[in-house]
Ligand binder design. Structure first.
Ligand SMILES: [Fe+2]
Length: 446
């Protein structure tokens, strides 16, 4: 077995693309769920165990298609990049490329539906890759020539407009770029915000009036490559840490910066403005990142924290919501940028070991746990409302699960409002789905 933990167990890649139809189901799939539950992660074709970094493996997308209470298909497909096509002997992928991309055009971090298309997306310079409905690679995309740089793995869709807001960075830039992707699938605006180094910027957040930038001390450091590793970013606490509020209709000179204790945040859960105009930003906080482990996020489990950012100035006020290890925060995305009450996360133990799920009631200050025993590891929970006008939390939490006893995956559907009860449905997949990053429910109507 490889000594690299990100090539071992259920982090290891699967070799084949498969398609399976009419999957077996325990329980009943809610008939209102018509669409695809998509998920993506690294699935390297030629990793070197000595220096493989989890974040850099070639992308593979997994999809489960539901309709009329049936699980019609599961399929997994490589997101084709230059390394995958060469390794497999497949034809090259068309579409634009950038010189400053990290890696070989890999798109492995998130998969979204937007403007009637499906995209595999990633940060740090590589282009989005358009996929067809059945997850075959179509081409790299720069949104019809409108994307000024690379893109991000974490776009935020404003529920009032349908537009996507995102923070883009590049190893070649000393700025963070705010971009707005219109409902027509074209970038309509970008603002370059100067910063004092080249930070890794994994995610962002929005409120009614602000776009929120995270300028945190994981920064470009070429010496990491000289040490034999592949992801040239390292923990540099002396860089400092700050949160920026960019008025959504403002420019770079309008950003309000607030200092915060050095830490790293891959993922906010959500953010909003309170009745005093302060920004409430809920985050998964890592005390440090890429300080000692240069193969993955192996600096110990993070916590769930609430940050209060005052546009009038002063440092960020920090509160701990839960000190239990967790990641992959999600919520009801009809409330992106707005006051919200409920959130869902994946429990994490030492070694980035996936566990059960948490559900938070942030108004009551309570948390529920859904676990199905130590052999079943839950990945990122995705909330799907029962109908467009259902109340917050009135819907389903859908999640891919690895079962160590069978070494296969299931998709579990929970009633969000009855979180600790058994699943509404468990859909049994014919192979395992490696631990990866993110995914989304893409309803057929979108
Ligand atoms: Fe992420």
């Amino acid at each position: 077995m490889s000594q690299n933990p990100y090539l071992s167990g259920n982090f290891a890649p699967v070799e084949k693309e498969i398609t399976a139809t009419d999957l077996s189901v325990t329980g009943s799939i809610p008939r209102e769920l018509s669409g695809r539950l998509l998920r993506i992660g690294p699935n390297p074709v030629a990793a070197d165990p000595d220096n493989h970094h989890w974040f850099l493996g070639n992308g593979m997308v997994h999809g489960l298609r539901l309709r009329d209470g049936r699980a019609e298909w599961y399929r997994n497909r490589f997101v084709r990049d230059d390394e995958v096509t060469e390794h497999m002997g497949w034809p090259p992928v068309a579409g634009p490329k950038r010189e400053d991309q990290l890696g070989a055009g890999v798109a492995n971090t998130n998969v979204i539906g937007h403007a009637g298309k499906t995209y595999a997306i990633v940060e740090a310079g590589s282009m989005p890759v358009e996929l067809d409905y059945e997850l075959e690679t179509v081409a790299r995309s720069d949104f019809e020539g409108t994307l000024p740089g690379g893109f991000t793995a974490h776009p935020k869709r404003d529920p009032d407009t349908g537009e996507i807001h995102a923070a883009v960075y590049s190893p070649a830039w000393e700025h963070i770029q705010y971009v707005v992707l219109g409902v027509d699938g074209r970038i309509r605006k970008h603002v370059d915000v100067p910063v004092s180094g080249r930070p890794m910027v994994h995610d962002c957040s929005i409120t009614k009036n602000y776009f929120i930038l995270l300028d945190l001390p994981v920064v470009l450091d070429g010496a990491v490559l000289e040490e034999g590793f592949r992801l040239p970013y390292r923990w540099h606490p002396e860089y400092g840490a700050r949160v920026g509020l960019l008025p959504r209709d403002g420019d770079a000179s309008d950003v309000i910066w607030s200092e915060v204790d050095p830490c790293y945040v891959f993922h906010p859960m959500n953010s909003y403005e309170d009745s005093d105009g302060r920004v409430v930003l809920d985050v998964i906080r890592h005390p440090k990142m890429f300080a000692s482990d240069h193969r993955g996020p192996g600096e110990g489990p993070p916590t769930f924290d609430r940050w209060i950012v005052d546009p009038k100035g002063g440092p960020v006020k920090e509160e701990r919501i839960d000190d239990r290890g967790q990641e992959f925060p999600r919520h009801d995305e009809r409330l992106v940028g707005k006051p919200y009450r409920y959130g869902y996360t994946t429990g994490l133990a030492e070694g980035f070991a996936f566990g059960g799920l948490f559900k938070y009631d942030l108004r009551e200050g309570t948390a529920d746990v859904h676990s199905e025993g130590s052999s079943r590891s839950f990945m990122e929970p995705v909330f799907v409302p029962r109908s467009d006008d259902a109340a917050e939390d009135d819907g389903y939490v859908m999640v891919y699960v690895h079962d160590a006893s069978t070494n296969k995956a299931d998709v579990v559907i929970l009633h969000a409002q009855d979180f600790t009860a058994g699943p509404v449905a468990t859909i049994h997949l014919p192979q395992r789905v490696p631990f990866g990053f993110h995914g989304n429910w893409v309803p057929d109507a979108s």
